[in-house]
Design a protein around this ligand. Structure first.
Ligand code: ATP
Length: 299
């Protein structure tokens, strides 16, 4: 299948396809959707409402047969909890999120949302309850207003602006020539990366998901914008089950549960305090004895 040979740098497009599915604009990425369709025949359950209880039960996944990318993954996220995914590059953080969003299905074990095996939920229905705020925000050629409304296509102008206020995006938008009617280029090249993230937050608030996926930016964003982003994210995450691929200690500390992944295994899980008490990999990482890759740091 083409799925297994797709280059890693296509990941951004995959995410865009997920976003388009959320907004109900499935036809934007027809090819991707058709690939997903193929696997969704048996999915019959439609969740009208969702609490956002997520359980992974001994989940395994392999991109290539015979070599597990993830194995033995078991954890529970209660509705409204914030879960931080931590671990070295290649540990499987992104893959875990892709399983949760049914971009791929596990080869072993089971993932449930509110007690329902997600393989019995169609990807459209599942993703109508999810939103993504990723490092590369998907922005298309169109006005700022249209780009935010992508989160929920039937939202009124007032709802778009309310979401933008909560996201801390309103003030920068109002300073742009044209304000909400300013036309963005594909990718949003006319505004800063931090501002693109604020738009992604506004869009996600408008979508009103029960499950939220955040990929924390690694690149540096100016302090003032960063504070705005953190505040916007805080409001966005309130009352929603969130999964954060986290790079910053401040974010990780706030999590209800930290999942420490290493080479496809969930080696530790717990709160910041619990993991420090345990004195394992996370604790060593925190105290600076280890690099992310588990090697001893030589200073
Ligand atoms: P990073 O922090 O660098 O984003 P990650 O923890 O998110 O890493 P994944 O992207 O989930 O890690 O990758 C886990 C493993 O699976 C890696 O070894 C990666 O090379 C491999 N992998 C990821 N995507 C694919 C794919 N489409 N086909 C084959 N192998 C893949």
């Amino acid at each position: 299948s083409r799925q297994f040979t797709r280059p890693l740098n296509d990941l951004a497009n995959q995410w865009n396809s997920l976003l388009s599915a959320i907004a109900g604009a499935e036809r934007v990425f027809e090819v991707m959707d058709e690939e997903i369709e193929e696997r969704s025949d048996s999915a019959s359950v439609k969740l009208e409402k969702m609490q956002g209880a997520v359980v992974f039960d001994d989940v395994a996944f392999a991109y290539d047969e015979g070599r597990d990318t993830l194995s033995g993954i078991s954890f529970e996220a209660k509705p409204g909890e914030m879960v931080a995914l931590v671990g070295p590059t290649g540990a499987g953080k992104t893959t875990l999120i892709q399983l949760l969003s049914r971009f791929y299905d596990p080869v072993k074990g089971r993932i449930t949302v509110d007690g329902t095996d997600i393989t019995s939920i169609s990807h459209e229905n599942l993703r109508s309850h999810m939103a993504f705020v990723l490092q590369d925000t998907f922005l298309f050629k169109g006005t700022i207003r249209e780009n935010i409304r992508f989160g929920r296509l039937d939202a009124t102008d007032e709802e778009v602006e309310d979401a933008s206020r909560l996201a801390n995006a309103h003030s920068f938008i109002m300073r742009l020539p044209g304000g909400y009617d300013k036309v963005l280029d594909t990718g949003g090249s006319g505004i800063s990366q931090g501002q693109r993230q604020l738009l992604a937050i506004a869009r996600a608030i408008l979508a009103g998901p029960n499950i939220l996926v955040l990929d924390e930016a690694t690149s540096s964003i100016d302090t003032v914008t960063e504070i705005k982003i953190q505040e916007g994210l805080q409001r966005l995450m309130q009352g929603r089950t969130s999964f954060v691929i986290a790079h910053r200690l401040n974010t990780i500390r706030k999590a209800d549960k930290i999942l420490v992944l290493k080479q496809g295994h969930l080696i530790e899980q717990g709160s910041h305090d619990e993991l420090l008490e345990k004195g394992g990999f996370y604790s060593d990482l925190y105290h600076g004895h280890l690099s992310m890759n588990g090697e001893e740091e030589h200073v």
